[in-house]
Design a protein around this ligand. Structure first.
Ligand code: DCP
Ligand code: MG
Length: 329
């Protein structure tokens, strides 16, 4: 999967292979027995013929032949994988830097033309790699919630992402905030401003990766605002983490919770299901009356029919509600 992930580009065959590997890995992880042959692997749901064959090689040879041929552990691949693990670095840069002779993170640190995000990615590199224990994610969620509630007591703040799916540890913290019956951009932006000011003053937000933007035409219509940054709890040993905070219209809250709870494969499946029923699912809601032309390209927006709550989206799609912990696809 890592190999295909390294070489995939948008819409490529490799991208689908990554998804198939992910599905197979999730299915195998959920087993309570050991796989000792290709035949056994093939019986596992979501494990296809080719993946089963590779599992067979792992079991009998201790390696995958295809990877020998690809020279998996060659230097270029190792260095490019290292560079790509820095926040804000994409595949084009990794190749350019390797070709220039750069090999280590310290080599990158000396570059004069790093973007602001790459500088932050390098600065907090070790911390950002660390998984965040569930208890710490909960603590961080409380810090953000208390700061939001200082402005209006009825503001709702939810920790989503892998945390909401019940994972024991998380890669980052994903927070969604909304206020009952508030949809307008100006009111939501005011909440975002208050929250950012408060959390920066507390020393909780220490670096910003992406700030929400404002334009006057947002004032009277529903608008989503996204903040991405680096946070830390108080104390000398606190670890820096990546945090995303979304402030969204009340009317879209269900659709946003659904999207940001994921996982990404589950989101894909639900979007596909909606499309197959002539609908469209986004982080704004479920839309009906969607017309698709050539190559399934959409020709209209459709009418918004559900999105205030997650349950109404499931109901409209006529599928059984999935609890967040069941959304591990
Ligand atoms: N998401 C998606 N497609 C993407 C990226 C994200 O559908 N390409 C959605 C589903 C994810 C959610 O956003 O669950 C949050 O994104 P994260 O990258 O934070 O993923 P998780 O929270 O699920 O995992 P992690 O523990 O790695 O943060
Ligand atoms: Mg996450």
């Amino acid at each position: 999967m890592d190999h295909y992930d390294n070489i995939q580009t948008k819409g490529s065959n490799e991208r689908f292979k990554v998804i198939n590997y992910r599905k197979a890995i999730t299915a195998i992880r959920a087993l309570d027995y050991e796989i000792t042959s290709e035949e056994m692997a093939l019986k596992v749901p979501r494990v296809g013929k080719k993946i089963a064959q590779k599992i067979g090689e792992c079991v009998s040879l201790g390696r995958i032949k295809k990877l020998d041929h690809l020279n998996w552990d060659n230097e270029r691949q190792q260095v490019e994988t290292l560079f790509k693990s820095v926040y804000g670095v994409g595949s084009e840069k990794t190749t350019e830097w390797y070709n220039k002779g750069l090999r280590t993170l310290d080599d990158l640190r000396k570059l004069p033309d790093l973007t602001k995000n790459q500088i932050s990615g390098l600065k907090y590199y070790d911390d950002l790699l660390k998984r965040i224990p569930r208890s710490e994610v909960a603590q961080i969620g409380k810090v953000v919630e208390s700061a939001a509630k200082q402005l209006h007591l009825d503001i709702e703040s939810r920790v989503t992402g892998s945390y909401r799916r019940g994972k024991p540890d998380c890669g980052d913290i994903d927070i969604v905030i909304a206020r009952p019956n508030v949809d307008n951009g100006d009111e939501l932006f005011a909440i975002m401003n208050h929250l950012m000011r408060e959390l920066i003053n507390q020393g909780f937000l220490v670096d910003h990766l992406s700030l929400p933007t404002w334009s006057d035409d947002m004032a009277n219509r529903p608008k989503h605002f996204k903040y991405m940054g680096i946070c830390k709890l108080p104390g000398p040993d606190a670890v820096h983490h990546h945090i995303d905070i979304l402030i969204v219209p009340w009317i879209h809250l269900g659709a946003v919770l659904l999207y940001f709870t994921g996982n990404d494969i589950c989101n894909r499946s639900m979007r596909l299901l909606a499309a197959n029923r002539g609908m469209r699912l986004s982080d704004k809601g479920l839309f009906e009356g969607v017309i698709r032309g050539k190559n399934r390209k959409r020709v209209n927006e459709g009418r918004w029919v559900a999105g205030r709550t997650e349950r109404e989206i499931f109901e409209y799609l006529k599928i059984d509600y999935l609890e967040p912990y069941e959304r591990e696809c």
